[in-house]
Design a protein around this ligand. Structure first.
Ligand SMILES: NC(=O)c1ccc[n+]([C@@H]2O[C@H](COP(=O)([O-])OP(=O)(O)OC[C@H]3O[C@@H](n4cnc5c(N)ncnc54)[C@H](OP(=O)(O)O)[C@@H]3O)[C@@H](O)[C@H]2O)c1
Length: 300
């Protein structure tokens, strides 16, 4: 019988996923990775942050399915066997959640809500005049599934949106830049959104050199991965005023340690990796469907 092995660091969630996938995949044996006794029988692995070398220990694995949109938590395994396909999981609800999160924080910055909140704390009546959306430049790093969806949401709200990606693929109503156009893209970006995947090329991209190329007082929203950001460089840029505010949803260490300076920094908003969580019910269905589809494609 085909075995689907499931691995997640959180034991409670692991049990839930094993039971849920077992219901959705009645023709397969769904097992927690630790319960696998015959390594040769595993043909699919459904994982979040699998331990190093675990996948390499299953020589017949046909595909590895990420319980989420990112795959860096799998590719960071130095022993990951080359040539094994990785399937990421994205549902329409995840795209919608990301659109909402980005719209929320862009609008909050656009209308200078942090300043207004500070004024309220001091009981100060201080009106802030803000430009309208067509006069506000938003730049999105990464124009893949999520980047493009968010760019279109912001465009529909009236913002002047630009997108940067390797290819610079055209998107209606968005000014797109390719790898070579990073400087020009940054020079006009007032609110920067990072929606890149974490790779060797993108790791540490949100650094002092990049911040200097933004207009003074720019704002940053990072929903990619914590490792995109050089933390000390952000703190220095906030101190100098080169960056005026930041929203961070992802961190190098998650959960963000209790004593981390970001928690209490007055110019940083911290959210606990909630921009677009996978819905376990619809996500499970997508994973089960993807396994079936992958099987059918590899047979035909
Ligand atoms: N915080 C959260 O809750 C949350 C939720 C979901 C996802 N995420 C993060 O969002 C990331 C993006 O997801 P996605 O599904 O939108 O990814 P995707 O569809 O693979 O798109 C990636 C985009 O980044 C561009 N890119 C990749 N490497 C680049 C480089 N070196 N230079 C310039 N552009 C580069 C790609 O360019 P091309 O178009 O030219 O290939 C593409 O436009 C995920 O990997 C994950 O880290 C976070």
């Amino acid at each position: 019988v085909s075995v689907v092995a499931v691995s997640l660091p959180n034991q409670e969630r692991l049990a839930w996923w094993v039971n849920h996938l077992a219901e959705l995949l009645p023709d397969r044996r769904v097992l927690a990775a630790n319960d696998v006794t015959d390594a040769d029988a595993v043909d699919y692995a459904v994982v979040w942050m699998p331990p190093t070398g675990m996948i390499a220990g299953w020589p017949n694995v046909k595909a590895v399915i990420s319980i989420g949109a990112g795959i860096d938590h799998i590719t960071c395994d130095k022993e990951f066997p080359s040539g094994v396909p990785i399937i990421k999981t994205i549902g329409p609800d995840m795209t919608q959640r990301m659109r909402e999160y980005i719209a929320l924080h862009v609008l909050r910055f656009h209308r200078e809500l942090p300043d207004l909140e500070r004024s309220q704390k001091n009981s100060t009546w201080e009106q802030v005049f803000t430009p309208t959306a067509p006069n506000r430049n938003i730049g999105i790093l990464g124009m893949g599934h999520f980047g493009k969806a968010c760019a279109l949401t912001l465009r529909d709200l009236g913002f002047n949106v630009s997108g940067w990606s390797r290819s610079g693929t055209a998107v209606a109503g968005i000014e797109t830049y390719n790898s070579d156009g990073l400087e020009a893209f940054l020079a006009q970006t007032e609110i920067l959104v990072c929606l890149l995947p974490l790779t060797d090329e993108t790791s540490g991209i949100l650094n002092a050199k990049l911040f200097e190329k933004l207009p003074a007082g720019a704002k940053v929203i990072n929903v990619g991965r914590g490792q995109h950001l050089v933390e000390q460089d952000l703190l220095a840029a906030l101190e100098s005023g080169q960056i005026s505010s930041a929203v961070l949803d992802v961190f190098t260490t998650e959960p963000l340690p209790k004593d981390h300076v970001f928690w209490t920094h007055e110019k940083i908003t911290v959210t606990p990796h909630v921009a677009s969580l996978i819905d376990p019910i619809s996500g499970g269905k997508i994973i089960a469907d993807n396994i079936g589809e992958f099987d059918r494609a590899s047979i035909s």
